[in-house]
Write a protein that binds this ligand. Structure first.
Ligand code: C5P
Length: 236
């Protein structure tokens, strides 16, 4: 691993979290005694495959984000960048601070990320130059019109998503020039005809969107940090 090109974790954390229903940025809300973002930062800080961390935050949060970096990022926090009005714009701005060959973009709000999944994502990025974590869809799905969609054809697209950094920069530039907006980064490469490796995961990695999602995060993080407090899961 020592001779491998370095990898920056780029964590967009500048969302307003309107669906969460809190005055402050949701990633600063409490989760088991520390801010949601602290869990995300710690996972990336503990992963040896990650060299540096770039945080993208909202105006007014910068001091707090640096403080959390000092506390949880083990000296890996390199920059706190001011975000934009969309996730895509926030990532684009964050990319300006990335100086490594590879970048792993991960929603700061997915705070149950494990170091194991981060390492798998880095490995896949080095091999394929572009990857995303995906998950099999288990619900029955339909359009708002009522038409059913066959879930066999669908996957939920999550983060982390890893890229050769210049490849992602070019995809962002092209999207911006042509006014294309997506809710993730892999889509920006795919629209240019670039293949994106799919890393299927069964490790729960929910994005905290609604306040009730915190209950799921509490269970997942407690299972990891104090497994004696939760019933054992059936072995697979
Ligand atoms: O809005 P959404 O849930 O898709 O946000 C995913 C991630 O992107 C969150 O961590 C959020 O803080 C971040 N984000 C951002 N800038 C925005 C909107 C969202 O950094 N303008």
């Amino acid at each position: 691993m020592r001779n491998q090109p370095a990898v920056t974790a780029l964590l967009p954390a500048a969302g307003r979290g309107e669906r969460f229903g809190s005055e402050q940025n949701k990633i600063l809300s409490d989760l088991l005694g520390r801010p949601i973002l602290a869990w995300t930062l710690e996972a990336f800080a503990q992963c040896d495959d990650i060299t540096r961390i770039v945080l993208v935050g909202s105006e007014g949060d910068s001091d707090r984000l640096w403080e959390l970096g000092d506390q949880y990022a083990k000296g890996k926090l390199q920059a706190v960048v001011l975000g934009g009005s969309t996730r895509q714009e926030s990532v684009r701005r964050g990319l300006d601070a990335v100086g490594t060959e590879y970048v792993l973009v991960h929603d700061a709000a997915r705070c149950c990320i494990t170091t194991e999944l981060i390492s798998e994502a880095v490995g896949a990025t080095r091999i394929h130059q572009a990857m995303t974590v995906v998950r099999t869809v288990t619900d029955t799905l339909m359009r708002r019109s009522g038409e059913l969609v066959d879930r066999k054809d669908l996957m939920a697209v999550e983060t982390p998503q890893g890229f050769q950094t210049d490849l992602l920069r070019r995809a962002h530039l092209s999207a911006r020039t042509e006014g294309f907006i997506a809710t993730d980064d892999a889509s920006l490469l795919r629209r240019l005809g670039r293949g994106v490796h799919l890393l299927e995961s069964t490790t729960p990695n929910p994005k905290i969107t609604y306040a009730a999602d915190l209950l799921i995060a509490v269970a997942l993080l407690t299972a990891r940090t104090a497994p004696q407090l939760v019933a054992p899961l059936p072995s697979e």
